[in-house]
Design a protein around this ligand. Structure first.
Ligand code: ADP
Ligand code: ZN
Length: 598
C-alpha cells in the first residue's frame, strides 16, 4: 500500500518536473528571440534613412535612451532615442510596426509567468493534496487502537487463587453482564468502572479476563501507555475509538492496564506540558460518563498505585469501585502452588505447604514462574518427575538479582518483626477501643506500606471525642512499642514511620485546632502563627504529651503481653488473620484474665 502510494507520487513528481522544464525552455526561447540576437548600432540619421527606404520592420518604443528595432532582413538594431512626441506617428506613417516596450515585456512576462506559475501551482497542489491525504491516513492509523480481544478464553475464576474479596466482587458482576435488562428493570445501576489495585503479578489481568469469559462477553484489553502519545489529540482519539468499538460490541469488558499512565493526578497550575495527558484523561472521563451503565459494558482498570490517580477518576459514575488485590498469604500461596502443580508430574516427597511457607512476599506470577522454571530444569534432565532439587534450583533463578536469602530462612526476621508490630496495633485496639472492629491483620505488605492492619471505626459517629483521638494515637504507637519490648531498643525498625506521622498529625490537630490541651487552651495556632509558623513552646508541649501517651501505652502492652504473643504467633502461622480469628483470640484472653482475677 505504501509502496503503491510512493509509485503514484513519483509519477506526479515526474509530470511536475516536465512542466517546469518546458516552461523554462519556452521562456528562455522567448527571451533569446527578443534579447539575445546580434545587435547592430545605427546612427539616428541612418535609422531615419532606413525608414524612408522601408527597410525597418518594427520599432520598440520606450522611454529608454536607446531604441530597439528589427529590420526586414531580420537584424536587430539599436539607435538613439530622440524621445520626441511624434516619433510614433512618424513611424506609423512610414508603415513601421510600433511595439510599446511595456506591452512587449508584459507579453513575454505573462507567458513566462503563467507557465511558471502553472508549474508551481501544480506542484503545490499535488504536494498538499498528497500530504493531507497521507497525514489524515496516518492520523487515523495512530488514533485507532489495537486491543487484544479474547472471547473464548478458558480463564475462569477457578484459575484465580486467593483474593477472595476481589473475586467475590467481580463474580457479582458476571450476572450483570449476562442480564443487564434484569437490573435495568429495577433501576439498579451497576458499577461502570472498577479499579483493581495492588502489586504487579497478583492476578489483576487474570481476574478481568475471568470476568469476561465467565460472562461470555468480549474482552478488550489495552494499556494506559498506549495512550501516551507525542502527537496532540491522538491519546484522546484513541480513547474515543476504544469506547466506540466497545459500544459496537454491545456487551464487553474493557480492561485498561496501567491506568496511572493516563490518570495521573493533574498538575494544577503547572506550567503546561501536561496538556496532552489532560486531554486524554478528559476524554476518558467523558466517555465513562457518556454511557448509561446498563448497556452491559464494564470498564476494569489496573494500577500498582491507587494514590497517584486523579480523584476525578474515582468519582461516582467513573471508577467508583476500588478493589485491592494483594500479595497472596500462606493459604493463597498453597492454593496457587496447587494450581500450578496440578497438571505437572511432581514427586511424592514434594511438600506444597513447606514451599508456600518459604515463598513469603512472592506474587502469584512469581509462584507460577517458579513452578515453570522447575519444570524446565526437570525437562532438560529428562527426569521422570519434578523433584525438590529442581524446585530448589528454580527458586534461586526466580529470586536472582534480589537480595540473597537463604531459602529455608527467607525473611524470617522480617516476618517476625512485622508479626509482632502488627499484633501490637491489633491488641491495643481491642484493649482500648473494644467497640472498634479489627477486620483484618496481615504481615503481607500492602500497597499502603509494610504489613497491614485494618480497623473499622464505628461509622455512625459525627464527632470524635478526645478519648477516641487519644486512643487512636496509642494504637498508632503500639507497633513500635512492641518492637522495642520484644526485640530491644537497639532493634527498632523503620516500619513505624507511617504510624509516627499519623500519631503526630492527630495530636497536633488536637492541640492546635481542637483546643484539647489544658496547657495551651482554646486557641487555633494556625490562625495565631500562620500555617507554617513554629512555636518552640508548642513543639515542647506536643512532644511531652506524646511521650506521656507512649509511656501509658507501653504499660498497657506490658500488662497484656500474652495477648500480643498470641496474635503474633497466629500471624506467623497464617500470615493473615480475619476478624473472627482476632475476636476469638481476644475473647479467649479476656476469659483467662477474668478467671485469674476471680
Ligand atoms: P497483574 O495483572 O496483577 O500484574 P497478572 O494477572 O498478569 O498480574 O498475573 C500474571 C500471571 O501470574 C497470571 O497469568 C497467572 O499465571 C499468575 N497469577 C498471578 N496471580 C495469580 C492468582 N491469584 N492465581 C493464579 N495465578 C496467578
Ligand atoms: Zn504500624
Amino acid at each position: 500500500m505504501l509502496e503503491l502510494l510512493n509509485k503514484k507520487q513519483n509519477k506526479i513528481y515526474g509530470i511536475i518536473a516536465i512542466v517546469v522544464a518546458i516552461s523554462m525552455v519556452a521562456s528562455f526561447a522567448v527571451y533569446k528571440e527578443y534579447f539575445q540576437q546580434e545587435v547592430t548600432e545605427l546612427s539616428y540619421q541612418k535609422f531615419l534613412s532606413k525608414i524612408e527606404v522601408g527597410e525597418v520592420k518594427e520599432v520598440h518604443l520606450s522611454e529608454a535612451s536607446t531604441l530597439k528595432g528589427k529590420l526586414n532582413s531580420g537584424d536587430v538594431f539599436i539607435t538613439d532615442n530622440p524621445r520626441t512626441d511624434n516619433l510614433k506617428e512618424m513611424l506609423l506613417k512610414q508603415d513601421v510596426k510600433v511595439i510599446e516596450v511595456n506591452e512587449q515585456f508584459t507579453i513575454v512576462q505573462i507567458i513566462t509567468f503563467i507557465v511558471l506559475m502553472g508549474g508551481f501551482a501544480g506542484l503545490a497542489f499535488f504536494l498538499t493534496k498528497n500530504n493531507s491525504k497521507q497525514a489524515s491516513k496516518e492520523y487515523d492509523k495512530m488514533s485507532s487502537i489495537d486491543y487484544s480481544t479474547e472471547k473464548k478464553s478458558q480463564v475462569n475464576f477457578r484459575n484465580v487463587a486467593g483474593n477472595e474479596e476481589a473475586k467475590n466482587n467481580l463474580m457479582e458482576m458476571v450476572d450483570f453482564l449476562k442480564n443487564p435488562e434484569k437490573y435495568q428493570r429495577y433501576g439498579a445501576r451497576m458499577p461502570r468502572g472498577v479499579i483493581l489495585y495492588g502489586p504487579p503479578g497478583t492476578g489483576k489481568t487474570l481476574m478481568a479476563k475471568a470476568l469476561a469469559s465467565e460472562a461470555g462477553v468480549d474482552f478488550l484489553a489495552v494499556s494506559g501507555s498506549d495512550f501516551v502519545q507525542i502527537y496532540a489529540g491522538v491519546g484522546a482519539a484513541r480513547i474515543r475509538s476504544l469506547f466506540k468499538s466497545a459500544t459496537e460490541k454491545e456487551k464487553c469488558v474493557i480492561f485498561i492496564d496501567e491506568i496511572d499512565a493516563i490518570g495521573k493526578k493533574r498538575d494544577r497550575g503547572g506550567l503546561g506540558g501536561s496538556d496532552e495527558s489532560d486531554r486524554t484523561l478528559n476524554a476518558l472521563l467523558t466517555e465513562m460518563s457518556g454511557f448509561k451503565g446498563n448497556e452491559g459494558i464494564v470498564v476494569l482498570a489496573a494500577t500498582n498505585r491507587l494514590d497517584t490517580l486523579d480523584e476525578a477518576l474515582l468519582r461516582p459514575g467513573r471508577f467508583d469501585r476500588q478493589i485491592e488485590v494483594g500479595l497472596p498469604d500462606l493459604k493463597a500461596r498453597i492454593e496457587i502452588l496447587s494450581l500450578y502443580t496440578q497438571n505437572r508430574p511432581i514427586s511424592e516427597d514434594f511438600n506444597i505447604s513447606a514451599l508456600a511457607q518459604q515463598t513469603v512476599y512472592f506474587s502469584g506470577a512469581k509462584l507460577e514462574n517458579l513452578m515453570n522454571e522447575a519444570a524446565i530444569y526437570a525437562a532438560r534432565e529428562e527426569a521422570e518427575l519434578i523433584t525438590e532439587k529442581h524446585i530448589d534450583k528454580a527458586f534461586y533463578k526466580v529470586i536472582a538479582g534480589e537480595e540473597k536469602k537463604d531459602r529455608s530462612n527467607i525473611a524470617v526476621i522480617d516476618r517476625k518483626i512485622t508479626a509482632y508490630h502488627e499484633a501490637g496495633h491489633a491488641a491495643v485496639t481491642k484493649l482500648l477501643c473494644p467497640e472498634n472492629r479489627v477486620t483484618k491483620v496481615t504481615i503481607i505488605p500492602s500497597t499502603k506500606g509494610a504489613g497491614g492492619f485494618s480497623m473499622n471505626i464505628p461509622p455512625d459517629k459525627m464527632y470524635h471525642t478526645k478519648k477516641d483521638m487519644l486512643n487512636n494515637i496509642k494504637v498508632a504507637l503500639a507497633g513500635r512499642i512492641v518492637e522495642e519490648i520484644i526485640f530491644g531498643e537497639d532493634n527498632i525498625t523503620t516500619g513505624a514511620s507511617n504510624d509516627i506521622q499519623r500519631a503526630t498529625e492527630i495530636l497536633t490537630s488536637m492541640i492546635k485546632r481542637f483546643g484539647m490541651s489544658n496547657k495551651l487552651g482554646m486557641i487555633n495556632y494556625d490562625v495565631l502563627l500562620g500555617q507554617q509558623g513554629v512555636d518552640q513552646n508548642l513543639v515542647e508541649v506536643i512532644n511531652k504529651e506524646m511521650q506521656k501517651l507512649y509511656d501509658e501505652t507501653k504499660i498497657a502492652i506490658e500488662e497484656n503481653l500474652p495477648l500480643v504473643e498470641t496474635i503474633a504467633e497466629g500471624l506467623l502461622e497464617k500470615e493473615t488473620l480475619k476478624e473472627e480469628d482476632i475476636d476469638g483470640m481476644f475473647n479467649g484472653y479476656m476469659g483467662k484474665v477474668a478467671e485469674i482475677i476471680k
